[in-house]
Ligand binder design. Structure first.
Ligand code: FPP
Ligand code: K
Ligand code: ZN
Length: 499
């Protein structure tokens, strides 16, 4: 994934132009009112309780000590792992010089909400020449900023017109959106464009999409083995499967393959035929999921595959039938590290904040597959949380906040808008419980299960973050607010489709 690193520019909407105080300012005032009880820095987990005015919750040794069991074999990857752990430990203990407070009673620093908001507004402004490679990721830049701002409680309506003006020229007559002006349509940039328009959420944003051309283009990307290429003549992988399914379900496209689709020759009639079987072939010997059959499992692809299956139908059917669940559970559990608390993307690699979403986002989907058919419009009897929410929240708030705003992979790295978006998405996921219900707002059964998700906030008694650091909840499959996904789908359900 491309990253944005380099000198930050201070560009922000002047506050005087706003009718009401932005949420960030309200939040700061709130923070003054609810000043955490212990504003000082904890020195170590051990000394915390001695310093505390209120009943202390120490930082558990799990997050302040090297792991008790070590592999005696020394390799390059073990050395890198040790170096990463040593870099993270002062941040986890709250004693790193560059770490801004205040720290709460759990030894966790506050979310620097206002700085992250400023960072994301800045990310929508001009870039110096060195960022030319980002020219192929324009819809992504829009999506990461809108998603991050929305998670942080900002209304993005003031950039609505700019978003539409930016995206319109990137749509090709032959269907889909390119990564920049004059560029070939790609499923990843089309996904980012559609989700950005969902967050804009107005009829003129929805009407901007040429869904007839999009449907014909998807028909050309559909392959004889059930999967999707990411662009015409390009590679086929699970990103293609996920992005295509998100687009088909949100735009309420016809399931039938266009008459001229070559995939009809393979015996397929629908865009989704053979897709779940293709994803099943992407589960590797480790239990994780790879980009295409036969290669290394990776967390980013695991999310794409599981989210795609959960859009295709109820997870207790689609995920449970097409994946080996015990093996998947074992591989996914191995992604969370201690003492860091964050996730790695693959075996023998390092924690990285962006996997808070790619790996963190797999957990509610697997949990839903294990919980089984929802009984009613209420939280199910559940297997419960299968990862350490505390560990992930600690890693994000202690290690991933850049001191001048924006979020990052790990200490020592620059912030960028990709990591800011996905670290915050992961934080939001630790702060909410997502579950499926038996009701959906859709008027017909295609993908109805995908629109049946609900959420509740986690129990504040168990949270290691303060209540004013809770973010907006995001839909676990569409990665935009629940309302934004539902509104887009319902709008397109009401639009005639002339093919
Ligand atoms: C390895 O990078 C990363 C990958 C193989 C996959 C990257 C894909 C995504 C982040 C998202 C794709 C999803 C969509 C919806 C387009 P690395 O070797 O730098 O990182 P690692 O050491 O952590 O594996
Ligand atoms: K990485
Ligand atoms: Zn990353």
């Amino acid at each position: 994934m491309p990253t944005v690193a380099g000198k930050r520019r201070k560009v922000r909407f002047p506050l005087a132009h706003l009718k009401t105080a932005p949420l960030a300012t309200q939040h700061q005032q709130q923070q003054q009112r609810h000043k955490p009880k212990r504003p000082g820095k904890p020195s170590t987990g051990e000394s915390l309780s001695g310093k505390m005015a209120s009943p202390a919750r120490r930082i558990p040794a799990l997050f302040t000590q090297p792991p008790p069991i070590r592999d005696p074999l020394v390799t390059e990857t073990i050395d890198l792992q040790d170096a990463t752990m040593n870099k993270c430990l002062p941040f986890l203990k709250g004693v790193a010089d560059s770490q801004p407070g205040p720290f709460n009673a759990c030894g966790v620093p506050a979310l620097q909400r206002d700085d992250h908001i400023a960072y994301l507004y800045d990310s929508l402004e001009d870039y110096p020449a060195g960022f030319v490679a980002m020219d192929a990721s324009r819809p992504w830049m829009v999506y990461w900023a809108l998603a991050g701002l929305t998670l942080l409680g900002e209304s993005v309506s003031r950039v609505n017109q700019r978003v539409m003006t930016s995206l319109r020229p990137m749509q090709n007559r032959t269907g889909g959106f390119g990564g920049g002006h004059g560029q070939t349509s790609h499923l990843a940039s089309s996904y980012a464009a559609i989700l950005s328009l969902a967050m804009v959420g107005t009829p003129d944003a929805f009407a901007l999409v040429d869904r007839q051309a999009m449907w014909r283009w998807l028909g050309r990307l559909k392959q004889a083995d059930g999967g999707f290429r990411v662009c015409e003549g390009g590679e086929e992988d699970v990103r293609g499967a996920y992005c295509a399914t998100v687009i088909i379900s949100l735009l309420d496209l016809p399931l039938a393959l266009p008459p001229d689709s070559a995939a009809r020759e393979a015996g397929f009639e629908n865009l989704t035929d053979g897709l779940a079987e293709y994803l099943s072939r992407c589960q590797s010997f480790e239990g994780g999921i790879s980009g295409s059959p036969g290669v290394e499992a990776h967390g980013a692809y695991a999310f794409c595959a599981l989210a795609c299956l959960a859009i295709l139908g109820p997870p207790e059917q689609t995920i449970a039938r097409h994946m080996n669940l015990p093996l998947l559970l074992s591989w996914l559990s191995a992604r969370q590290y201690a003492p860091e608390g964050g996730f790695s993307g693959r075996t023998n690699k390092l924690v990285d904040g962006c996997y808070s979403h790619w790996v963190g986002g797999c957990w509610p989907l697997l949990q839903s597959a294990l919980d089984g058919k929802p009984q009613a419009d209420k939280p199910p009897t559940t297997v419960g949380s299968l990862f350490s929410r505390e560990g992930l929240a600690r890693y994000i708030l202690s290690c991933c906040q850049h001191p001048v705003g924006g979020l990052r992979d790990k200490p020592g790295k620059h912030a960028d808008s990709y990591h800011t978006c996905y670290v915050l998405t992961g934080l939001s996921a630790t702060q909410h419980v997502h579950y499926r219900t038996d009701s959906s707002p859709c008027s017909h059964k295609n993908f109805a299960a995908a629109f049946s998700w609900q959420f509740t906030p986690t129990n504040p008694e168990e949270d290691v973050f303060e209540k004013y650091d809770r973010l907006t909840a995001f839909h676990p499959l569409f990665v935009v607010p629940h309302d934004a996904a539902r509104k887009m789908r319902l709008w397109f359900e009401g639009e005639p489709f002339a093919n």
